[in-house]
Design a protein around this ligand. Structure first.
Ligand code: UFG
Length: 346
């Protein structure tokens, strides 16, 4: 058995897939989640896949005393992976203080508590949103591309979170960090026992697309076909969520085995392939044989035209590479949507 890891936000979309991979790799996992955007049944899915039910504490990590008690009750935690955060770009524009409070206080509480409990490292969920719209010469984007002013309070919290980690470690804090900048995570575990479960009307492309394909939504709106891209629709780097989850295990191993080259390391997690919205719809239709009714509408405010990763640093230094094809990943998202229907959830 490897060490004990705290997965903050472990019942969420990426957190649950990462818990599975950590457990598969032999780590013992304790999840803290306030269940504000996930459900307790996620633990059943994790248990079905791995045969192990992770430890679970329902807690809002803005409550520092509560967090301290949780760590006291679970001695021996060696590493933290921090997913717990608010993540809806549009909502962050409407309710900025919710985002600043949730995303910043949670991180500060954990960083303050880590030395008290001898926790050696923290893996932080960041986002390619920190690059904004990279200049054309910076595409595909590397970790050294300039950080652009954030286009939403959500994006700003990710930039501030990264700075807080860097400043704290620079000041001599006795732990390491690996910051992972995700591109667009999609898909679900191949077992279809866990996946993305958005609340209400989905804001993100894939859940909206699969809900349209199954008939919950009438048609998918494609936000703009007049961008300066080959087919006019926006380009993103869609990364399989299980591939993404595996990178967290490698990052945790690296910190705990003292292999980091620097106290704070930053890695892009993407495939290196830019795919347009229209290409993605076509790939889904070909992969599943299911049509996705869609129409072109106006641009969505705040959208980046095109961004995709240069993942070479993660490929070389972490020895990690995205493996799943887009078609397989989209099939996994579709299987998950069908499973939700079978269960009568969506
Ligand atoms: N899109 C549509 N129709 C929809 C939804 C999305 O055409 O109904 C398009 C968007 O315009 C965009 C692409 O699909 O071109 C992807 O949109 P998503 O909302 O799925 O993802 P974003 O790239 O906008 O944002 C995601 C996460 C953010 C994160 C950001 C950058 O949602 O949390 O990536 O990391 F900050």
């Amino acid at each position: 058995m490897k060490q004990k890891i705290l997965v903050a936000g472990g019942t969420g979309y990426i957190g649950s897939h990462t818990t599975v991979e950590l457990q598969n790799a032999g780590y013992e996992v304790v999840i803290i989640d306030d269940l504000s955007n996930s459900t307790i049944e996620v633990l059943d899915g994790i248990e079905k896949i791995t045969g192990v039910r992770p430890g679970f504490i329902q807690l809002d990590l803005k409550d520092k005393e509560g967090a301290r008690k949780a760590l006291q009750a679970n001695p021996g935690i060696k590493g933290i992976i921090l997913f717990a955060a608010s993540k809806a770009v549009g909502e962050s524009v409407q309710q900025p203080l919710k985002y600043y409070r949730n995303n910043i206080v949670t991180l500060i509480n954990l960083l303050e508590l880590m030395p008290e409990f001898g926790i050696e490292g923290i893996v932080f969920s960041s986002s390619c949103t920190v690059y904004g719209q990279p200049d054309p010469e910076n595409l595909p984007v590397t970790e050294d591309a300039p950080i652009k002013p954030a286009t939403s309070p959500y994006g700003n919290t990710k930039q501030i979170n990264e700075e807080i980690i860097r400043d704290t470690i620079h000041a001599g804090a006795p732990f390491k960090s690996i910051i992972l900048r995700y591109f667009n995570p999609i898909g679900a575990h191949p077992s279809a026992e866990i996946g993305e479960l958005p609340n209400g009307v989905p804001q993100n492309l894939i859940p909206y697309l699969t809900q349209t394909a199954i008939g919950i939504r009438k048609e998918l709106s494609v936000f703009g076909d007049d961008y300066d891209t080959p087919d006019g629709s926006c380009i993103r780097d869609y990364i399989n969520v299980v591939d993404l989850a595996k990178a967290h295990v490698i990052a945790m191993d690296r910190m705990l085995e003292d292999k980091s080259e620097k106290p704070v390391e930053i890695f892009n997690l993407g495939t290196g392939n830019g795919v347009s919205v229209l290409e993605l719809i076509r790939t889904f239709e070909e992969a599943t044989g299911v049509k996705v009714p869609h129409k072109i509408v106006g641009r969505r405010e705040g959208d980046i035209e095109q961004v995709w990763a240069n993942p070479e640093r993660a490929n070389k230094v972490l020895g990690w590479k995205a493996k799943e094809t887009l078609a397989d990943t989209l099939r996994s998202a579709w299987n998950w949507q069908k499973r939700l229907r079978e269960k009568g959830i969506q």
